[in-house]
Ligand binder design. Structure first.
Ligand code: UDX
Length: 454
């Protein structure tokens, strides 16, 4: 596994747990030293235990020597970073190609080289050319095996996937049967649980990853637009999501309205898909609209919050519950909290913020004045004029409206994740607003627990 970042580490630990022998190559010295001690540099529930157990069982090891890791390997995964290239929406493939060259030089016999990083369509073939050029005599196959891991539930997603996609070079005589056979063996435990394992061409596999993430992003932008419409016409977006989601063709998941999606994948992959389409001379208007709706939504949240605070936040203290782009992660990339908090501070608000995991990552991204970091949510709420829920961590759900009311100085609660029951908030005397639900509470419009099981 070349790369011990998020994707590489989770995949390596899970492949080891499947019984495979896995050597991870990590060239960052600090990261490597930590990993060797079983310290996990990322926040992912269950990963520390999985890594420790598999190190102990001698199935998982870490090093910085590619040649050592590659020797005798049947499959070599490239799981290095593909950050967005400066400004143009393209994935930066420098690290992927550099890793491919090092792997090519180090290989001693047949292996299948697999891209695990999210890479644009055609990258597998380009890597194949690089390897063939450097080592014309070398026998190898190329495969693409995109990950569909969600931060916070990555291990479950790997162990019990909706599907595994494996692209191989189907132009080759035999359709790269040898590569498919190796990949089948790697994923053998998934055959037992009957997870669908889909073999495709390299190009289809590469595109599936972008199309899946773009479609999910589109579902979120769609439900967010519907939430706005619900507010205008007095409908309830939870009832709407359930009513459309029970149609199996639509599906219930990813219909939870909120402040707009963030994270490391949707913002990056939607832009990358647009670039891929543009270069191929194809249209991607739905994805473009998805991105526009999301950007506009994040930008408009500040105004919504100010309106809920009576049109002005100057001199007001706002408790912020949650900073990360979603719960169960410390990841702040493209989190809605960033533009929202900047806007509120620019308009004179004092912020008392709490996030269970994201505060260290948040500090450099948020204003360095007028933001106080608190020890927990009740601490943040103490003396606040308003509470603003930005991430739906479970520990915030457990706080009773009466308790919040008792801690606060004001009464305003703005819940951009719909975690509270409007009727209960009303009973406690709070001035509660949420997303896509009528302000006047009705008994049947409680926060739906299944809506967050997305
Ligand atoms: C996503 C994909 O789900 C995963 O398959 C892919 O491999 C990587 O990208 P991740 O970014 O970890 O995973 O988070 P996800 O749970 O998909 O949420 C992404 C964003 O969408 C979050 O900001 C979340 O709050 C938001 N979201 C999600 C909604 O606003 N509503 C929903 O219904 C679902």
């Amino acid at each position: 596994m070349i790369g011990g970042g998020y994707v590489g580490l989770v995949s390596a630990a899970c492949f080891a747990e499947f019984g495979n022998q896995v050597a991870v190559v990590e060239t960052h010295p600090g990261r490597l030293a930590a990993l060797r001690k079983g310290e996990i540099p990322i926040y992912e529930p269950g990963l520390d235990r999985l890594v420790a157990e598999n190190i102990k069982a001698d199935r998982l090891s870490f090093g910085d020597d590619i040649a050592h890791a590659v020797e005798g390997a049947e499959a070599i995964f490239l799981a290095v970073g593909t950050p967005p290239r400066n400004g143009d929406g393209h994935a930066d493939l420098t690290y992927v190609f550099a890793a491919a060259e090092q792997v090519a030089r180090a290989m001693t016999g047949y292996a299948v080289i697999v891209t695990k990083s999210t890479v644009p369509v055609g990258t597998g073939r380009r890597i194949s050319e690089i390897v063939s050029r450097l080592r014309p005599e070398l026998d190898f196959d190329m495969a693409s095996n995109p990950e569909f891991l969600r931060e916070g539930s990555a291990i479950g997603d790997f162990m019990k996937p909706d599907r595994v996609v494996i692209g191989t070079d189907t132009d080759r005589p035999g359709g790269a049967a040898r590569a498919q056979e190796i990949m089948r063996r790697l994923y053998r435990p998934l055959y037992v649980i009957e997870a669908p394992i889909l073999f495709t061409s390299l190009e289809s596999s590469e595109l599936i990853k972008y199309a899946a993430n773009s479609f999910l992003a589109m579902k979120i932008s769609f439900i967010n637009e519907m939430a706005d419409l619900c507010e205008r016409v007095g409908a309830d977006v939870h009832e709407l999501a359930r009513g459309i989601g029970l149609d199996g063709r639509i599906g219930r998941k990813f219909l939870h309205a909120g402040p707009g999606y963030g994270g490391s994948c949707f913002p990056k992959d939607t832009l990358a898909l647009m670039r891929i389409a543009q270069e191929a001379g194809a249209s991607s208007r739905l994805v473009e609209a998805t991105v526009q709706v999301n950007d506009a939504r994040k930008a408009s949240m500040g105004a919504r919050i100010m309106a809920a605070c009576g049109g002005n936040v100057r001199g007001k203290t706002i408790a912020v519950f949650g900073l990360t782009f979603k719960p169960e992660t410390d990841d702040m990339r493209d989190a809605a909290s960033i533009p929202i908090i900047h806007r509120l501070v620019e308009n004179g608000a004092e912020i008392r913020a709490f996030d269970p995991a994201g505060m260290t990552a948040a500090k450099p991204l948020l204003p360095d004045h007028n933001v106080t970091y608190c020890v927990d949510a009740p601490d943040a709420a103490t003396g606040a004029d308003a509470i603003l829920v930005l991430t739906e961590w479970n520990e915030f759900r457990a706080l009773s409206p009466e308790r919040l009311r008792g801690l606060m100085q004001g009464r305003v609660v703005i819940d951009l994740r719909n975690i509270y029951d409007p009727a209960a908030m009303d009973t406690a005397g709070l001035d509660y607003s949420s997303i896509g639900r009528p302000r006047n509470p009705r008994s049947n419009s409680a926060a739906t627990p299944e809506a967050q099981g997305v």
